[in-house]
Design a protein around this ligand. Sequence first.
Ligand code: HSE
Length: 322
Amino acid sequence: MTIVYRAYAPASAANLSVGFDLLGAALKPIDGQILGDEIYISQAEKGQGFSLDVTGRYAGKLSSDPKKNIVYDAFVLFSKMMQQKGLVAPDVHMGLSKNLPVCSGLGSSAASSVAAVIALDAVAGNPLSEQEKIDLMGQLESSISGGIHYDNIAPCYFGGLQLIINENGVISQTLPDFDNWYWVSCFPGLKVSTSEARAILPPHYSRSDTITYGRHLAAFVDACHRGDHKLAARCLSDVIAEPYRKQLIPGFDAMRDFALQHGAMSAGISGSGSSVFAVFEDLAMAEQMKVYLEREFIANEDGFCHICKLDRRGAYVEKVED
Ligand code: HSE
C-alpha cells in the first residue's frame, strides 16, 4: 500500500492594522469548517517526476498547468535543497485541495507554500531542518508577492499570533493572544494583488505617522504580554496601509462603521485585502456582524464569512494511509 500524507495549512490575516508586515494571526472557524489549504502527497515511481490534481472550491481560479502552481515551485526548490545536501528528492504525486481564494488577504499563497513544504519534507523522510523549511516557505512567498513577508507564512506555520522578528536567526515569536476574542473574517469575493496594494502606498511617511505606528505596535505587544485585551484592541489601528488601501475595498467604511457601532472592539483590512476582519468579545454581536457582511459586503458567489478563533496549532502533517 502507498504511504499518503495529508498536510494542512490554515488561513491567516496579516498586518492586523497595527503591525504592517510584522504581525499575523492564523484563523480557525468556530463551526469546525476548514479555512486552509490541504495537500495529499505520496511518492511516485522513480522517473515519473511531479504530478498534481487540484480540487477544492477555488481550484477553478488556478491555471490548469501544474507547472504554474506554487506547489510545483515548492517541489523544484525542495529538490534543489535536497541536492545541495547530497540527497535525491523523491518523485511525487500531490493532490491540492485549494480551499482559500487567491489574492484575498487570507494568506492563500502562504497556505499552499507551507502545506507543500511540510508535505514534501514528510514524504522524503523529514530531511529539512526547521530553518530550511522556513527559508523555503519564505522564498516561495516572495516569488508570488514580490518580497519576503513572513507575516502570513509565520502564523500559518507556527499558528496563533506571530510577531515577525527576522533578526539574529529568529523569524518570529508567538505573542500571547486573547481567549475571549472572536475574529469575524470576511472575503467579499474581490481579488486584490499584494503587489498592487503595495504600489499604492506612499513611498515615505511623516514623522508623526511613524511615531504613531511604533507606539501602537509597541503598546499592542505590551498589552498582549500583560493580558490587557482592552488596550490591545484599542491599539489595532492603522496609519500605514488602511488610509490608502481602503479605496480598493468597496463598502469598507460602511463595514467599519457598522462594526464599531455594533460592539466590535476593532475592524480593519486582512493582509492587503480585500478581506476584512472585526474583533468581538461577544459571540452574539459577532454573529450579527456576520449577517451584515453576508448581506451588505460580500459582492459575489466567491465571497464568504466565518467567525473564527485563532488557530494555535498552525500547519501540520499526518500520515493518512500506510
Ligand atoms: N503585509 C503584506 C502587505 C501582505 O500588507 O502588503 C502580507 O504579506
